[in-house]
Ligand binder design. Sequence first.
Ligand SMILES: Cc1ncc(COP(=O)(O)O)c(C=O)c1O
Length: 450
Amino acid sequence: MLKNNYKPEIKTKLPGPKSKKLIAIDKKYVSPSYTRDYPAVLERAQGVFLWDVDGNKYLDFHSGIGVNSLGNRHPAIIAAIKKQMEKSLHIPSADFYHPLAIQLSEKLSSLAPGNGTKKVFLNNSGTEAVETAFKLARYNKRRPRMISFIDGFHGRTMGALSLTASKLNQRKYFAPLVPEVTHVPYANCYRCPLNLKYPSCEMACVKYIDDVILKKVAPGEDVAAIVVEPIQGEGGFVVPPPEFHPLLKKVAEKYDILYVADEVQTGMGKTGKFFAIEHWKVVPDIITTAKALGGGLPLGACIAKDKLMSWQPGAHSTTFGGNPLSCAAALETIKHLEEDGLMQNATKIGNFIMKRLEKMKDKYEIIGDVRGKGLMIGIEFVKSKKSKEAAPDYSNKIAYECFTNGLMLLTCGVSVVRFIPPLIINEEIADTALDIFEKSVQKISSQKKR
Ligand SMILES: Cc1ncc(COP(=O)(O)O)c(C=O)c1O
């Protein structure tokens, strides 16, 4: 039985009549390159709820692809934006100083792992943060090569896209990309790229980078940076084992290669720590973050050790990056993440959700793996537990079925459904979502048997 307080309300056949009309216009005028899992035309949002143009109310378990960590339209964020609006809308960081951008940079410097000052470049998105890191690494090292990971996602502009190797349609027909990026296997222990088993593998994937890639393919002395997601996001919410990042960092140090942690999706407390890389106790040289940073407004950041961010004026700049409204929202977001115990809540509710998902995994043959940290949780669907054959048909159908029952979530990887809800959820909300999710899994699973 769904709990009444958090029950979604679906009043029309989906998509409803107004949604249908708008989708027809969208088809005519809007770029078809977006990937929509289901036909949701969203108009309004509050906290953990979203409403479409037909008045249907949904429970939000994607938080706008990991953006609305405090829920949508948190009153403190709205108040901070309003206050800033009375002072200014736009002040270009390219040419002028702005108090909130300075304050936010100081705060991010103190939050990034490692002793000593870090310096911050603020921009508008994840992909721009990655571009900044890419350029900063090259600028410092004067080395032409980069290493990134298969199934990694770092954005869609040409530099970031060159690092991305998640889905073929993101790269197809866009070559030539930035040259000299070598993609290497990630520690995906459910689907080991080297066909080994953890822990008896003794982290052969990292050894492969050291012994084969850096010695035979991309000479370590030519590599400026290793760019890595602490947990792969778009690639399928893949959590590497405890040894992965510390060993990879050691390899990087051996060749004096910079370690860039792309925390665009994992950052800002979702995994229970401010930056996910803290779970592995590794101090990166450069961190990129975005998504939840701006509390719903566009904002990205590249955070680097002081001595690295020492490029000359004009080397990198921006008109809109570090917009005063976005900075006001970001400062408020960070304040509430810290003061409201939301990172602790992410761990607590994340564990609560994982327990129920583990039980579902035992019960349903089509759930191959359940993994995650905090409130970043992935459920991988397979044809059968034994074959482990990926089953995008199931994950897509389950996401759609959840949508028709008022739970909005997104897929990732090949056949993974991801839970990345606002960090303000409680057990009752989690149970409401899990009830809808399980009903959907049950339905698709029983269709399979027929
Ligand atoms: C790890 C990672 N890096 C970069 C990006 C690109 O961010 P944006 O879509 O804001 O450009 C994403 C987006 O999903 C991401 O998950």
